[in-house]
Design a protein around this ligand. Structure first.
Ligand code: FAD
Ligand code: SF4
Ligand code: SF4
Ligand code: SF4
Length: 378
């Protein structure tokens, strides 16, 4: 049995979830991205894995019905969510209505994973964007169980993860809500693990954020204790991620980077919104919501006590959000990064032009601090 080409594989795991013989395991390529491997001694040649692969089968893309500017009405979520707190508000609403939710948390090795929850206390962990590829694990199987038992399910993920779920389920369920986050790309999770190890920190990192309270900073936690923060302009990992140096190769040809969508709702940052024209003044982060189906509309109706929304023109959202138009371009530093990856992620990141610029800036800033300190001490 042959699955899709490695270069096109998104790592969604729909094939693995669909295999009745447990013959598929995810393995690492030389670039450390995860791809499926079939154990031919276990394979029964049933073809289910191929049927569930979004790369090998057609996906159902739709044009948005409407475009909204939106933000959470919860003051704590306003400060701690990645963007306008939409995902968290939708989770709260579905849990309030007795459903189950799926979101991204870290496992105990700092690998982001999608997991199931019925508990509102888990939402703090799901909050904020983890700028790393998350693993869907066996959640597609869990979702199917939930749906067939009549449970209402909300699944939030990257577009390729939602499309993997759509293909795995292969039919429409009235009790399923899907939400995709606008996505410029993900880095293999081993990059972050390896990078953090190279920092030689004395504490055990159990949680990392990139957005939220310290927006566009890499912030590291041991349990609830925030002990290390570095802004993106000074951090090799975050800076290189935001520039698009370290993504999975398939992300540079992402077929979900357009205005046609595959979920009930699409959420992201409302870049470039004209705040002066908002009907209600707001000083926090504004999200965009693309409503792509009647189910999406229903989910928003269910959540109306959690969110402020107002209609905007789709063109306004498309104008400044690149990933609603085309995939991220390959950065000129990518070649140097991959060439040096065998020396470890930290050294590979430092070896690029971007990495050298960061090193220079950090030395300059350190010298400035020494001079300032000496002047104060005089
Ligand atoms: C890798 C990545 C790239 C992004 N690129 C863009 C972009 O180019 N343009 C844009 O407008 N927006 C982008 N976003 C989306 C944006 O940053 C916010 O995540 C989104 O608007 C949701 O914000 P929120 O406040 O509603 O979410 P919150 O209420 O803070 O909740 C965060 C949600 O994101 C999910 N999530 C976090 N990390 C991951 C992950 N690694 N994999 C799957 N799900 C995850 C959580 O499960 C949760 O549902 C990106 C997000 C990620 C994770
Ligand atoms: S063909 Fe069937 S048994 Fe073989 S790997 Fe695919 S799903 Fe599993
Ligand atoms: S189903 Fe997903 S993980 Fe499996 S081969 Fe296709 S894209 Fe890759
Ligand atoms: S850029 Fe596309 S392929 Fe890559 S993680 Fe995002 S949705 Fe998936």
């Amino acid at each position: 049995m042959k699955l899709c080409e490695k270069e096109k594989c998104t790592g969604c795991r729909a094939c693995e979830n669909s295999c009745p013989k447990d013959a598929i395991k995810m393995v690492f390529t030389d670039e450390l991205k995860t791809v499926p491997h079939i154990d031919s001694s276990k394979c029964a040649e049933c073809g289910l894995c191929k049927k569930s692969c979004p790369v090998l089968n057609e996906s159902k893309f739709v044009e948005p019905i409407s475009c909204l500017a939106a933000w959470t009405l919860d003051s704590h979520d306003k400060e701690t969510c990645a963007s306008g707190g939409i995902a968290t508000a939708l989770y709260r609403s579905v849990l309030k209505h007795g459903g189950v939710v799926y979101g991204c948390d870290y496992d105990n090795e700092l690998k982001p994973i999608i997991r199931r929850s019925e508990n509102v206390n888990d939402l703090e962990k799901f909050k904020t964007s983890k700028y790393v590829q998350s693993s869907t694990e066996r959640t597609y199987i869990e979702v199917k169980k939930d749906l067939t038992s009549g449970c209402t399910v909300l699944y939030v993920g990257t577009p390729c993860q939602i499309d993997g779920l759509n293909h795995f389920l292969n039919k429409k369920y009235e009790n399923l809500f899907t939400v995709d986050i606008i996505c410029h790309g993900v880095s293999p999770y081993r990059y972050l693990q390896d990078y953090i190890l190279s920092l030689g920190l004395k504490k055990n990192v159990t949680y990392a954020t990139f957005r939220g309270k310290n927006d566009y900073c890499l912030s590291l936690y041991e349990k609830n204790d925030l002990f290390w923060v570095r802004a993106s302009e000074d951090d090799y990992y975050l800076n290189s991620f935001l520039k698009g140096i370290t993504f999975r190769d398939n992300c540079y040809n992402c077929r979900y980077a357009g205005k046609e969508r595959i979920s009930d709702l699409t959420i992201g940052d409302f870049w470039g919104i004209n705040r002066k024209k908002l009907k209600k003044a707001y000083d926090g982060k504004v999200s965009v919501i693309l409503v792509n189906s009647e189910a999406g509309r229903k989910l928003l109706d269910m959540s109306e006590d959690m969110l402020y929304t107002e209609e905007r023109l789709l063109d306004e959202a498309l104008r400044y959000n690149e990933q609603l138009n085309h995939p991220m371009a390959v950065h000129s530093d990518r070649c140097a990064f991959l060439k040096n990856l065998n020396k470890g992620v930290y050294r590979a990141l430092k070896s690029t032009k971007t990495g050298r610029m960061i090193s220079k800036r950090r030395i300059k800033n350190a010298l400035k601090r020494v001079i300032l300190y000496k002047n104060i001490a005089r």
